[in-house]
Design a binder for this molecule. Structure first.
Ligand SMILES: [Zn+2]
Length: 421
């Protein structure tokens, strides 16, 4: 790429005196110094004859510089033109610039000494008068010119490229990975490319985007159970509602052409603390009434739920081969041991939910399922009528009820006759 001459002062170029102006200056001088002129004219004639330059009252021999039939400057001698050509060729491949500039011709002339053009202004005039040299803009990548254009908005094309990877809705800043500069100056017309070609180059430039990413996530609350003996077992009430907190993570994320390359944590703070849930649970055991306790069937059992607090919703057998009897009751209603025995199981099961098995001896066991709470544990001895659990709907259950089974020698039998139903 040939950079011919950078940042020329055009006004300076146009203010330079070309031949016509030199003549005007001489005429003006003559008009203002009529007596002197005669002397000067004599001197000039003499000087011409001996072939040497003369200076008299500021007038001197000089050379008009002519390009393509147009006088573009007036210089003292050929060396100024040579120097000007060298200046015009500065930073340029000599061959190219020699082809680009019109070969100036020199013609002897008269000029006012202090109005002669210096090499720099002649260099500007040479460039201005070459059709092969134009003013344009060069795109420099890491100090190297990669393309020149005559017109076209390099800045807005670069800006558009730079912002193409900004993340929507995020605070972002983008910059080019390489050092990018736009340099305006004079370039060989042949070296210029179309704006579209420069855009193709711009679109290959790597863009680094730094975005601030804020991510909110919820913080789970904890649940605390507070026991109270002022409520029966099975009492369960949320006394303080739990509320999730908010955790805010702020990260600085770097992208190259939109692809993440680095992530730095800026802050990770809880902006809203969670509110822990408090559940109050009853621990008091309900006591069976004396009359219910006395109401023992011929098989030696009492009803596991107090009279009036349950409704039979499903008997043993039927279409779904039900292996027990369902007593629907409100959640928390006390479940009593139907007979004395030892607790052989007290735990959770996906079908039975919280359930208890009591071994009554002689191959007879009873099961109490779907409880909301239990107040006995494995190995514990219970008496007939002791509260062992509270009604609930845990496990495979669609509503609060007690699923009650009687197991004789490992076989679940119809409990109804045993309970006197
Ligand atoms: Zn059932």
């Amino acid at each position: 790429m040939n950079v011919i001459f950078k940042d020329l002062n055009l006004s300076e170029i146009f203010s330079k005196v070309v031949s016509n102006r030199a003549v005007q200056n001489v005429s003006k001088f003559i008009n203002n110094n009529k007596i002197l002129v005669k002397v000067v004219c004599v001197c000039l004639v003499c000087a011409t004859m001996v072939g040497i330059s003369v200076t008299a009252a500021g007038i001197t021999f000089g050379y008009d510089v002519e390009c393509d039939g147009k006088i573009i400057a007036t210089v003292r001698d050929a060396s100024v033109l040579e120097k000007a050509k060298n200046l015009a060729c500065r930073s340029v491949e000599k061959e190219s610039i020699q082809k680009a500039i019109v070969k100036p011709k020199l013609a002897v002339t008269l000029a006012v000494a202090d109005k002669l053009d210096n090499a720099e202004s002649v260099a500007n005039a040479i460039i201005e008068n070459s059709e092969k040299i134009v003013h344009g803009s060069a795109l420099k990548v890491n100090g190297e010119i990669v393309a020149c254009v005559m017109s076209g908005d390099l800045e807005s094309a670069l800006e558009a490229r730079k912002n193409a990877y900004n993340k929507e809705g995020l605070e972002s800043s983008s910059c080019f990975v390489d050092s990018i500069e736009i340099e305006s100056g004079y370039y060989l017309k042949d070296d210029l490319v179309e704006a579209e070609a420069v855009n193709d180059i711009i679109n290959t430039l790597q863009v680094k985007t730094v975005s601030t990413v804020v991510t909110d996530s919820s913080v789970d609350y904890k649940t605390t159970k507070v026991k109270t003996d002022t409520q029966y077992l099975g009492y369960y009430k949320v006394t303080t509602a739990g509320k999730k907190g908010i955790n805010r993570k702020t990260e600085q994320v770097e992208f190259i052409n939109g692809v993440e390359t680095a992530r730095t944590l800026i802050s990770d703070v809880v902006v809203s603390a969670p509110v822990n849930e408090v559940i109050t649970v009853g621990t008091a055991k309900a006591v069976i009434s004396a009359s219910e306790k006395a109401n023992v069937t011929s098989d030696g059992f009492i009803c596991p739920i107090s009279k009036g607090k349950y409704v039979i919703t499903s008997y043993y057998g039927g279409g779904r081969n039900h292996k027990g009897i369902d007593l629907a009751a409100n959640k928390g209603v006390a479940i009593f041991a139907v007979s004395a025995g030892t607790v052989t199981y007290a735990g959770f099961d996906s079908d039975y939910g919280y359930n208890i098995i009591i071994d009554h001896g002689n191959g007879i066991k009873t099961r109490y399922a779907h409880a909301s709470a239990m107040c006995v544990s494995k190995g514990q001895s219970v008496s007939q009528g002791d509260m062992i659990a509270a009604v609930g709907s845990t496990g495979r259950s669609t509503g609060n009820h007690l699923h009650f089974e009687i197991i004789i020698n490992g076989k679940r039998v119809n409990p109804a006759p045993y309970l006197g139903f």
